[in-house]
Design a protein around this ligand. Structure first.
Ligand code: FMN
Length: 347
């Protein structure tokens, strides 16, 4: 199958099925219904996407508070675990309230990946997700991430070794293919034969990075052919998009960038409500609550740095002027930044 460049994505322009959350449509599986990944019951069909540098435990907790059925760590280096890197080991720290949680690992050596998967299982992971979709050069040049899509035999070996070693379900996150060809259907079939309990698909080619649109006809093709749950990732931001993916056979959808500064998206999707602008007070109070968890996760100094990424995301709908943006850049602490935001938006 060759890649088409058309961006008219039928799956995203389809009619919203009725009974999205009420279950009245014949054969329709509403977003609020649970599903299984192997032996794990996931209480609804919304999965928080893994995002490097972002999806730490505070972020995962936030996604759970707002309704995500399953949360995912950022990708964790199997070699980092193998070499007892302290920063990597800290990424394995899971909190009681965030379960069910999937721990995503990356690497290219079956033995080292097994070691990492066992460490994640011991840390309390409910699912191991193997990253075979990351196109970042630093990762690909080590033979990990999406590079594994170029070596189906090794990818199957890694999947089989990890699945055999742990007693929790193993999923694999993949892309549509590498450069031109859509290889995901054949590739995913091999991973399922090797023991994968579900496949997460981000249907862009590796060379696309995050450019263009996700082509969810690829997700739907996998969903009807694989025989295990397919979780679709890419550009999902509205209830019509999510429910059309479910209607087309996907077991769940992943929410990534659309949740940045907008954790309300989980509730909106579950309720079938279009995203809307939140009152300033509610946004600022959520930022404070999130910050408290970020401090617990990484300490005050790193927390203030991490939070800087989020100001723009949380404030997007308020269109902060240049003065406020400058003030936020200069703010020495989160408390100072919050004060500035309060002055601007609550008066
Ligand atoms: C900042 C950032 C970091 C990401 N890190 C990871 C990662 O660690 N592992 C992974 O499988 N995908 C990663 N992704 C891809 C997302 O999980 C997701 O598949 C992609 O962003 C498309 O979904 P979206 O349109 O909902 O964001 C990352 C994406 C972003 C924007």
């Amino acid at each position: 199958m060759t890649h088409t460049t058309s961006h008219t994505n039928e799956l995203f322009s389809g009619d919203e099925p009725s009974g999205i959350n009420g279950g009245s449509g014949a054969g329709l599986r509403p977003l609020g219904d649970g599903f299984n990944i192997g032996s794990l019951y996931v209480p609804n069909r919304l999965v928080q996407a893994p995002m490097a540098g972002i999806s730490g435990s505070a972020f995962r907790l936030q996604a759970r508070r707002f309704g995500a059925g399953l949360v995912t760590t950022e990708m964790i280096s199997s070699y980092g675990i193998h070499y007892h890197n302290r920063r990597t080991q800290a990424m394995l720290k899971l909190t009681e309230e965030e379960h069910p949680v999937s721990v995503q690992i990356f690497g290219n050596d079956a033995g080292v990946m097994v070691e990492a998967a066992l460490a994640a299982e011991a840390a309390g992971a409910d699912v191991i997700d193997i990253n075979m979709g990351c196109p970042v050069r630093k990762v690909v040049k080590t033979g990990a991430g999406v590079a594994l899509m170029g070596d189906a035999e090794l990818a199957s070996r890694v999947t089989a070794a990890v699945s055999d070693a742990v007693s929790i379900p193993v999923t694999v996150k993949i892309r549509s293919g590498l450069k031109r060809e859509i290889t995901a259907p054949e590739f995913a079939k091999k991973l399922v034969q090797a023991g994968a309990s579900a496949i997460c698909i981000h249907p862009r080619l590796a060379i696309q990075g995050q450019k263009g649109w996700a082509d969810h006809s690829v997700s739907a093709a996998l969903a009807v052919s694989l025989g295990v749950p397919v979780i679709a990732s890419g550009d999902v931001a509205r209830p019509g998009q999510a429910s059309s993916l479910i209607k087309n056979g996907c077991a769940a959808v992943m929410i990534g960038r659309a949740s940045l500064g907008n954790p309300w998206i989980y509730r909106d999707l579950l309720d079938g409500v279009e995203p809307s602008r939140r009152p300033a007070g509610e946004v600022l109070s959520e930022m404070s609550c999130f910050y408290r968890d970020v401090v617990i996760e990484m300490g005050e100094e790193r927390a203030s740095r991490y939070m800087r990424k989020f100001y723009g995301w949380f404030l997007k709908t308020f269109r902060p002027d240049a003065g406020l943006r400058d003030g936020l850049r200069r703010a020495g602490s989160f408390a100072d930044a919050l004060e500035l935001m309060r002055e601007c938006f609550e008066n």
